[in-house]
Design a protein around this ligand. Structure first.
Ligand code: PAF
Length: 295
């Protein structure tokens, strides 16, 4: 595995691969890699000849109340994991490589609407930081495909919209959430949970699944479902930020045109903010039409 932190050296190596007709799959990360990240790497390996993984803790996506300094830095362990997965190229730029003129001077990429709801309203500026760094990384690496986890469903939707709106010629591939046996979505943040919080944490996924089952059975008072779920989370010991039943494509309220529902939640256990989502396809569409009109 070759490791580069200089953009120029990385780009020169990638030119060589492209010249040989090899396709490039890209997995952007902030390090502290777990099985969920490795599933993204495996997907990129299946689809492409060369896999490039970036590890860059992007300060631009951290808000003033997020503890950037406390973010786990585990480069040696990350490298071993990527090497074992057969990754050919690791890109580990420094802040100066990505923001040579400083973050204040950086042109920002802003995705409207999708980027302003849910996590976007609780974490102002977060998604601008994500889309800005992802578009820079895309321009530096110029991959054929880029792989993102469905656990960060809103992030994935925003990246897809950015790529479409800006005509970026990269195929975005989403990978299903990797979970522990009890349903807890794998996340770097799980490492912050105390023993007791880890015991409570799967309730988030259980609550999402119960809501999904209720909708699948025909219950269509989403407001009531959301309120019920928030109470359940509160009783379990969470401080719920949001629990929302949305159209999976627009992340807005469900309408008669909705073909797939996404149920998304963000909730804190102590100071650890966990997110998760589940989806439900409304198929055939005519059944949903009947459901929505109360028949
Ligand atoms: O999902 C993440 O780890 C980050 O948001 C990403 C996509 C690597 C951008 O910094």
């Amino acid at each position: 595995m070759r490791t580069y932190s200089s953009n120029a050296q990385l780009q020169s190596a990638l030119r060589g691969f492209r010249h040989n007709g090899q396709s490039i799959g890209f997995v952007p990360t902030m390090g502290n890699l777990h099985e969920g990240h490795l599933d993204l790497v495996r997907k990129a390996r299946q689809l492409c000849d060369i896999v490039v993984v970036s590890i860059f803790i992007n300060p631009l996506q951290f808000g003033p109340s997020d503890d950037l300094d406390a973010y786990p830095r585990t480069l040696a362990a990350d490298k071993e994991k990527l090497f074992s997965e057969g990754v050919q190229v690791l890109y580990t730029p420094g802040v100066k490589d990505i923001y040579p003129e400083g973050m204040q001077a950086q042109t920002l990429v802003h995705v409207p609407d999708l980027g302003e709801t849910l996590c976007g309203s609780s974490r102002p500026g977060h998604f601008d930081g994500v889309t800005t760094v992802v578009s820079k990384l895309f321009n530096i690496v110029q991959p054929d495909i880029a792989v993102f986890g469905e656990k960060d469903f809103q992030q994935l939707s925003i990246v897809r919209k950015m790529v479409k709106d800006l005509c970026i010629p990269i195929n975005i591939v989403g990978v299903a959430t990797t979970r522990d046996e009890d349903g807890l979505a794998k996340s770097s943040r799980n490492g912050y949970l105390s023993f007791e919080q880890r015991r409570i944490a799967p309730t988030l996924n259980q609550t999402l699944n119960s809501c999904r089952e209720a909708i699948a059975c025909g219950f269509d008072n989403f407001f009531e479902l959301e309120s019920h779920a928030r109470i359940k989370l509160l009783q379990a010991g969470f401080d719920a930020d949001y629990f929302a039943v949305r159209d999976a494509h627009t992340l807005l309220a469900v309408t008669e045109d909705t073909e797939e529902i996404a149920i998304l939640a963000a909730a804190c256990l102590g100071s650890t903010r966990l997110i998760d989502n589940v989806r439900l396809s409304l198929n055939p569409v005519s059944d949903w039409g009947m459901l929505a009109s109360g028949h």
